[in-house]
Design a protein around this ligand. Structure first.
Ligand code: EPU
Length: 420
């Protein structure tokens, strides 16, 4: 497994361009299964999770062609049973369930397990599909769903921790081909879900309330092929913004959508970081000492859970105490122990991390545990004195396109070391 060797201490300077949003591209790729016509999707990031989803679509019978950042999918004929091992490996693959059920009236998809950031149940996905008339059971490690015809219904998708992003995606993708009207209440409002809704609309779906917690879907008989460009990755944008602030440099992030980042920009400003928006560019610098801030993760438009670990790194550098509370995933603190190896002083109290900031970090070997925790360790390595080795960076390759090369161009000393 590859590692990164980082020699810290250099401020990042220059420009970086963000790619398309992984978490928008994944359900959009799944949605291509809803039509037999070709769908051309642009600004797809070059990531292992995307290649994985392409393999899943191919295993279901779709033709998939890559041309740089453009992927063309044609799902002319399909089978409803996915490859167990392929699907099981990636949690995001659960969003093929809704499209398969809508198109074929049957789907058999391996149950995605829990993961390092929490239990990650799919009860709300199944509740929604059942409300549309599907019979769903879990058998032999598979979710088996079938129906004679999906029928529109009223569905409430709010859970213990708020709405569900992929659960809303699954029910939405099923509802677009259902008979009659579906109303999804407490729908997720994340920009990635909104992007999926726009993609479905471009295929001929009838959806109103896009971007709001109430989605009204009038089912249509069939959808057609389309061409579509995925939104910029707001989490990649936030990660580079925090990297600029943490290293005390000045970075302009191009190709971003700052409108998707109000909560992050607001917290950075509160922490004394200068953030300037100019159209699709964001310039971030830190001329003054940092101020500690408290952060609580929330569903959109609140502070994103996918930026919690990176923000924690910034707070370890900030004199004072910061309380970082995780309200979306119960175990999303795997980075805390690894940051402690670098010298961070963080105590866990239930869903909160109490960060006693202002300590200087010194490089050490650390282990990446999940995607965003890995990004946090890279950021910590960029500021730590000496050398940090971040092992198991395949997690990073799942969600950050060429992170090492992008950081090198900003002046970081970071090298990829191939694993054995
Ligand atoms: N939940 C339920 N029941 C369900 C589904 C979810 O109780 O049926 C709970 C979860 O346990 C969690 C909360 O609802 O407490 C929110 O989970 P959600 O379903 O929204 O997460 P997801 O859709 O599985 C996506 C992203 C995650 C991101 C979350 C929250 C993809 C592929 N994944 O996951 O991204 O953290 O939304 O915004 O879109 C990442 O990119 O690193 C990542 C983990």
């Amino acid at each position: 497994m590859d590692s990164f060797i980082i020699t810290g201490g250099r401020p990042l300077e220059g420009e970086v361009t963000v790619g398309g949003a992984k978490n928008a591209a994944l359900p959009i790729l799944a949605a291509t299964l809803l039509t037999s016509e070709p769908c051309v999707i642009r600004r797809v990031p070059n990531l292992s999770d995307i290649k994985f989803m392409a393999m899943i679509l191919e295993s279901l019978g779709a033709e998939v062609q890559f041309d740089g950042a453009t992927i063309t999918v044609r799902a002319k004929t399909l089978r409803g049973v996915g490859d167990y091992d392929l699907i099981r490996k990636m949690r995001g693959s659960i969003c093929i369930l809704g499209p398969l059920l809508a198109r074929l009236h049957e789907a058999c998809v391996s149950m995605p397990g829990g993961c390092i950031i929490g239990a990650r149940p799919i009860d709300l996905h199944l509740k929604g599909l059942r409300a549309l008339g599907a019979s769903v059971m879990i058998e032999g490690g598979y979710v088996r769903a079938e129906c004679s015809q999906l029928v529109g219904s009223e569905v409430f998708l709010g859970g213990r921790c708020g709405p569900t992003v992929l659960g809303t995606a699954n029910v939405l993708m099923a509802a677009v081909l259902a008979d009659g009207i579906t109303i999804i209440e407490s729908a997720a409002c994340e920009p990635e879900l909104t992007d999926l809704a726009h993609f479905l609309s471009s295929m001929g779906a009838k959806i109103s309330g896009i971007g709001s917690p109430t989605l009204t879907i009038t089912g249509v008989r069939e959808l057609h092929g389309t061409e579509y460009e995925v939104i910029p990755d707001r989490i990649e944008t936030a990660t580079y913004a925090i990297a600029a602030a943490a290293t005390g440099g000045e970075v302009t992030i191009r190709g971003a959508n700052p409108n998707h980042l109000h909560a992050v920009i607001d917290k950075l400003k509160e922490a004394n970081v200068r953030v300037e928006r100019r159209g699709v560019a964001l310039t971030v610098r830190r001329p003054d000492p940092l101020r500690s801030v408290d952060v609580t993760t929330q569903p959109y438009a609140g502070f994103p859970t996918d930026v919690q670990a990176q923000m924690m790194v910034l707070m370890t550098l900030t004199p004072g105490i910061s309380i970082i509370t995780e309200r979306i995933f119960e175990s999303r603190f795997m980075h805390v122990g690894e940051l402690a190896r670098l010298g961070a002083d963080i105590a866990l109290e239930g869903p909160s991390a109490i960060v006693k900031g202002g300590k200087s970090l010194s490089g050490a070997p650390v282990m990446a545990s999940d995607l965003r925790a890995s990004a946090a360790l890279v950021l910590a390595g960029l500021v730590a004195g000496g050398q940090t080795q971040v092992n198991r960076i395949y997690h990073l390759d799942r969600g950050y396109e060429s992170m090492d090369l992008k950081l090198q161009r900003l002046g970081a000393r970071i090298e990829r070391v191939p694993g054995t």
